[in-house]
Write a protein of this length. Structure first.
Length: 173
């Protein structure tokens, strides 16, 4: 798991019963970490059944009912989540879906809920995914729905990503 997310998780003050969503979680290392830390309501949403199976095989105690084989944009907004963790899902989406992503995150979070994670603060030389972007672009997507608690270059990115990642922590308005 990437250091910025691990460090955030280690200082989180959410109760163990908090509802946490990780969309497009791939292999789900963040979900595994949170589950092992005692968070009881970690949910992983991914359209790839292989990714969900891999998480369940690696962590048999992870609740099967929390492995959501669904399109993120079709997830129901109730019950709402306390935290959404962003790690590589946003950069895999076609840039045209980014406004819908911000809107859906807001719809899925309870009032005052948090969206946190990493976004690429760079443009890539080759066509994506991953797709890059910039701070002003991202601000335009999230500002209608969120207050910006932290929106800056990640100081503890892994070496290949240093200076190319933004750590975001946004609170739903």
């Amino acid at each position: 798991m990437t250091p910025p997310l691990r460090d955030y998780f280690q200082q989180m003050s959410l109760p163990g019963s908090a509802r946490i969503l990780i969309p497009g979680a791939g292999r789900g290392y963040e979900a595994e970490y949170l589950h092992a830390a005692g968070f009881e309501n970690v949910f992983v949403a991914d359209i790839a059944p292989e990714a969900l199976r891999a998480l369940h095989q690696r962590v048999p105690s992870f609740p099967v009912a929390h492995l959501l084989e669904q399109d993120f944009f079709a997830l129901p907004s109730a019950p709402a989540y306390d935290l959404i963790v962003e790690q590589t899902f946003f950069c895999a989406l076609s840039p045209g879906l980014r406004p819908a992503y911000a809107r859906q995150c807001a719809a899925l979070l309870q009032p005052g809920g948090t969206l946190m994670g990493l976004l690429f603060d760079t443009e890539f030389a080759t066509a994506g995914p991953p797709f890059g972007g910039s701070r002003p672009e991202y601000e335009s997507y999230f500002a209608p729905y969120f207050d910006f608690l932290h929106f800056a270059s990640a100081y503890n990115s892994i070496k290949p990503r240093q200076g190319k990642e933004l750590f975001i922590c946004l609170r739903k308005k």
